[in-house]
Design a binder for this molecule. Structure first.
Ligand code: HEM
Length: 373
């Protein structure tokens, strides 16, 4: 019998069925990814537009860059707050894999806390400087580098948790975890996928921002043309990149993803939503001067479905890989406490309502006039 490196699961039974945790995990991780995408796209476009304004003297670029940068601290609040629920669900379901891999890269893993605090601080300082009319783009550039680093550490851990066979060697190499995992062909494609997906899916946030009533037609057109261009181009790019992530998996995992009904269906939904995204972006561009909301909203909805379906496929990769290595996530002792579950669900729905309200606030900012040029 092969050695299992997974520590035993907590003997206390799960307080709700596995499917319940998985459902909540999928929804909350989709929201976390959406926020990460908006942050990365906002940083990249804000910097590009600010530099465009600086070197070409285009005031519409500066105006648009300011509109985004002013919202980034709030987007960051979403990134963090929407990250904690999926982290809890992941720990409940996969704790014995995730805790172990976190220890192998412990120093980097713990550094995420500090990187996130510094990055948040930079976003606030940048916003303050923007509102005082001072140069801020370089602060966003530092923040972007930190975001890339945090994303790399996350990808590293989420892939290392699937490779228990690498843990003993890594632990011998550095018991304090002063190392990141290497030698896994999926790390870089997964990281690149997140960055490219950010431009495609985060671009839809720019389209929503273009619906703001108090902006000029010139700014609206600028936001729409850029938002559409990056959404359409990068939505096409993520399909080969996503397939590279899948094709880089071991043969059995790749085969299972393509053959198991649930995952192959979600893979199809993922591709179809990327195509819908391209179409909605093109339609929005065709009406760049028009304040109509239908196509930007369609693009935003397609982006949500795209992320959700990717989260399901990604989850499939994890479950199949872990199952082959001796950890069956569905095989847990369960003692459901329905009154607690129902109470939790009510609170969850209230939180979702608050989230929708906050999202509206981000995009409309009560329609107050903003000026950054
Ligand atoms: C700027 C900050 C952050 C960035 C850029 C970021 C980025 C990422 C990326 C790229 C992944 C995907 C990894 C993969 O698919 O391999 C990920 C997953 C995840 N992140 Fe974040 N993240 C950030 C902050 C956080 C924070 C602060 C937390 C927790 C408090 C968190 C919780 C999670 C969880 C739980 C997952 C995956 C869970 C799972 O696979 O089940 N993230 N994040």
């Amino acid at each position: 019998m092969p050695i299992s490196y997974f520590p035993l699961a907590d003997p206390i039974p799960l307080p709700a069925p596995v499917w319940f945790f998985k459902l909540l995990h999928t929804v909350t991780l989709t929201l976390h990814f959406f926020a990460v995408h908006l942050l990365i796209a906002g940083l990249i476009l804000g910097i590009a537009w600010a530099l465009n304004a600086r070197f070409r003297g285009r005031s519409v670029s500066m105006e648009s860059a300011g509109l985004i940068t002013n919202r980034l601290p709030m987007v960051m609040a979403f990134v963090i707050n929407l990250a904690i629920p999926p982290l809890l669900f992941t720990q409940v379901l996969y704790g014995n894999a995730l805790f172990s891999s976190s220890i192998m890269i412990g120093l980097f893993w713990i550094s995420v806390i500090f990187l996130v605090i510094i990055l948040y601080y930079f976003l606030y300082i940048s916003q303050q400087r923007l509102n005082k009319g001072k140069s801020w783009w370089w602060l966003n550039l530092i923040a972007l580098v930190l975001v890339f680093k945090v994303a790399l550490i996350y990808v590293n851990n989420m892939t290392l948790m699937l490779r228990p066979e690498a843990w003993p060697e890594m632990y011998k190499n550095s018991p304090i975890g002063a190392q990141l995992a290497s030698g896994d062909p999926t790390i870089i494609p997964r990281w690149l996928f997140m960055i490219f997906a950010s431009l495609a899916l985060g671009g839809t946030g720019i389209l929503i921002l273009s619906m703001k009533k108090s902006i000029t037609d010139e700014v609206r057109k600028y936001l729409r043309l850029w938002g559409c261009a990056i959404t359409a181009v990068f939505a096409m790019a993520i399909i080969p990149l996503g397939m590279l992530v899948i094709n880089n998996q071991p043969d059995t995992v790749r085969q299972a993803i393509k053959e198991m009904d649930v995952y192959s269906q979600f893979l199809n939904i993922w591709k179809a939503s990327a195509a819908l995204l391209v179409m909605a972006a093109i339609m929005t561009a065709a009406q760049a001067y028009n304040a109509r909301k239908i196509f930007p909203v369609l693009a935003f909805a397609a982006a949500f479905i795209n992320i959700l379906s990717w989260v399901v496929v990604r989850d499939g990769i994890r479950d199949i890989t872990l199952y082959e290595k001796g950890l069956d996530v569905w095989n847990r002792t369960i003692a459901t406490n329905w009154s607690v579950v129902i109470f939790f669900l009510v609170l969850f729905l209230v939180a979702i309502g608050a989230l929708i309200w906050m999202t509206r606030l981000i995009f409309t900012m009560k329609e107050k006039k903003e000026s950054y040029a």
